[in-house]
Write a protein that binds this ligand. Structure first.
Ligand SMILES: [Mg+2]
Length: 252
């Protein structure tokens, strides 16, 4: 039995009685590394980087090692996967790292590559269960609409997550994205919570994998109940000991 055993089951049990008392509940979900495992997206990006003509031409000696690249859910960006692949040999030239970083940024934040993400275990079932119970759902993501809007909606639908089209009188579904790239994620998400304050929810749940964002949101909105997803994070801040921690959304 793991330490997260029963947390979500217990939460659902309490939410049911809150909803029976006509209390309103909003569950807010981050997307990348919270509802979605992005490591297959990063894997595909690194494979396409390896197979493009410029790489084959400029760095033929590193191709065999690039073929060994395997991304993990716990990786942050591309660095860890590349370090593992080149463990037993000299690292690739610095220029390759620059080019890889640019290629990653260009494709990670694009509609096309979102299709390679996989939902975290239990995520689809959990969000749908909340939605059907009458909990309002919001996806709150640092992705921006301009580069990733249509792909985000398509991928949510593809995996059967409720989308804004599935909003009902009892349970609204929102998708909150930045309009364009650039704003700091913590500022953006904290600001979004400011904007929904007027709705007066009796419970506000926030599922997110980035401690820096959680600290910032918590500071301005102490009423929020935090569920920290233990997938991967930037390392810019550490999670608080008091946060509820979950590796996935499995309820057993
Ligand atoms: Mg995230």
């Amino acid at each position: 039995m793991t330490r997260h055993h029963g947390i979500l089951e217990n939460l659902l049990h309490h939410l049911k009685s809150d909803l029976l008392k006509k209390k309103s509940v909003l569950a807010v979900f981050d997307l990348d590394s919270t509802l979605f495992d992005v490591s297959p997206r990063i894997q595909k990006i690194l494979e396409d980087l390896r197979d493009r003509p410029e790489t084959l031409e400029k760095y033929p000696e590193i191709i065999p090692y690039l073929k060994q690249v395997r991304t993990h859910r716990t990786d942050w960006g591309i660095k860890a996967a590349l370090i593992r692949a080149f463990e037993k040999t000299s690292p690739p030239p610095a220029m390759f790292h620059h080019e890889a970083r640019d290629f990653w940024a260009q494709h990670f934040f694009s509609n096309e590559y979102l299709h390679f993400d996989h939902p975290v275990e239990g995520a689809v079932d959990f969000v749908n269960t909340l939605h059907k119970m009458g909990v309002e759902i919001a996806y709150l993501t640092g992705r921006d609409w301009l580069r990733m809007g249509p792909g985000t909606v398509e991928v949510l639908k593809k995996w059967n997550f409720p989308t804004p089209d599935d909003s009902t009188a009892e349970s609204q579904v929102r998708l909150a994205m930045k309009s364009i790239q650039g704003a700091d994620d913590s500022v953006f998400k904290s600001g979004w919570f400011d904007s929904i304050k007027q709705h007066d929810y009796s419970r506000l749940l926030f599922f997110e994998n980035e401690p820096k964002i959680l600290h910032s949101v918590r500071q301005n909105h102490p009423e929020i109940e935090i569920f920290f997803m233990e997938t991967t994070h930037s390392g810019k801040a550490e999670p608080d000991d008091n946060w509820i921690k979950l590796p996935n959304f499995l309820r057993g």
